[in-house]
Write a protein that binds this ligand. Structure first.
Ligand code: SER
Length: 321
């Protein structure tokens, strides 16, 4: 069997920081190159091969891929929804520019007889205020109101186009809000559901920037990592959606997660001070229909709200005092 050589961009991000170790465990630590922007996180320095560089620099990325004989890219670099509303030009440049570069490099290499498989993350942010919000279907209206969402819809169409036109093997998931304890997310709208655990453990209280009643689809990181690797390992004949797959685990609103936390920390109190992110959340689905992913490549989530909350508190509790 040919050895996989994997490149992960955005390796220090919320998903990258957990995907890299998972891939290293599976494919060997010398076969997974982590691409960091400026610095290498302390605990990652000796964990495997890494590079520091600018993911927006096409020549740099191409050289990296060629020099190391990369066969699979997890292209995770991106500016999330809330940060993207503060700097839409940056979100467009990073999210669209780097994706187009990676696709074009893969296309060039394919012309030279070298196949590269690509994973690219989409998001529930691809949906918008005109999308049906309950059990949002796989195929539906995509009219997002954020620049982040615009880059996700355009990116989905682009990867689908490159699959059809150039036969590149690109796979994608529309991640819901991801909850994790190892690396905090940055600049997202679903981040309240991570911050709430820091508030609970440090101060036994949390002021949510989303209102009570704001349902959003969510997933625990362990499930998100497994979904990503399972999608990439599935036989290509099973991948019938080449834009991006809906996936989800649970849907909840701030009051419900607070209630679940109270089962462990009785004094915990939640209060509400919604900001501009409320409007973004109100434009996204409350729940997702992921039956295509479940049927096509057998996606199953393992963590519900209760399991997720108790695992988060256990793990985060050992590092946050
Ligand atoms: N978690 C992301 C965000 O809130 C959604 O893709 O921006």
């Amino acid at each position: 069997m040919k050895t996989e050589k994997i490149l992960v961009s955005g390796a220090a991000g919320q998903i990258g920081s957990e995907l890299v170790p998972a891939l290293r465990q599976k494919y060997g630590k010398d076969n997974v190159f982590a691409l960091y922007h400026r610095t290498v996180p302390k605990d990652a320095a000796n964990a495997g091969v890494h590079v520091i560089g600018d993911a927006t620099n096409k020549d740099f990325i191409e050289k990296l891929i060629r020099e190391h004989g990369i066969t699979t890219i997890y292209h995770l670099v991106g500016v999330l929804s809330a940060k993207g509303e503060q700097d839409p030009d940056l979100a467009y440049a990073v999210n669209m520019g780097t994706l187009k570069n990676v696709l074009d490099i893969a296309r060039q290499l394919k012309n030279e007889g070298k196949e590269i498989k690509i994973f690219w993350p989409s998001s529930i942010a691809a949906f918008g205020p005109t999308t049906p919000r309950d059990k949002t279907p796989q195929r539906t209206i995509l009219e997002p109101s954020t620049m982040y969402g615009v880059t996700k819809v355009a990116g989905e169409l682009l990867v689908n186009y490159y699959f059809r036109k150039y036969a590149l093997d690109i796979r994608s998931l529309r991640y819901p809000g991801i909850i994790s304890w190892k690396t905090p997310p940055g600049g997202g709208t679903t981040d309240y559901a991570v911050e709430i655990f820091y508030g609970a453990l440090k101060e036994k209280k949390y002021t949510s920037f989303l209102n009570a009643g704001t349902y959003l689809p969510m997933m625990y990181m362990d499930d998100a990592i497994r979904a990503t690797i399972e999608l990439m390992e599935a036989d290509s004949s099973k991948i019938r959606i080449r834009t991006s797959y809906n996936i989800t685990a649970v849907s909840f609103e701030p009051e419900e997660i607070a209630r679940e936390i109270k089962k462990h920390i009785a004094e915990f109190e939640i209060s509400y001070k919604p900001d501009f992110r409320q409007q973004i959340a109100d434009s996204w689905p409350k729940s997702i229909d992921d039956s295509s992913a479940r049927a096509d490549w057998n996606w199953r989530h393992h963590f519900g709200l209760a399991e997720m909350v108790s695992d988060m508190l256990k793990n985060l509790g050992s590092i946050v005092k």
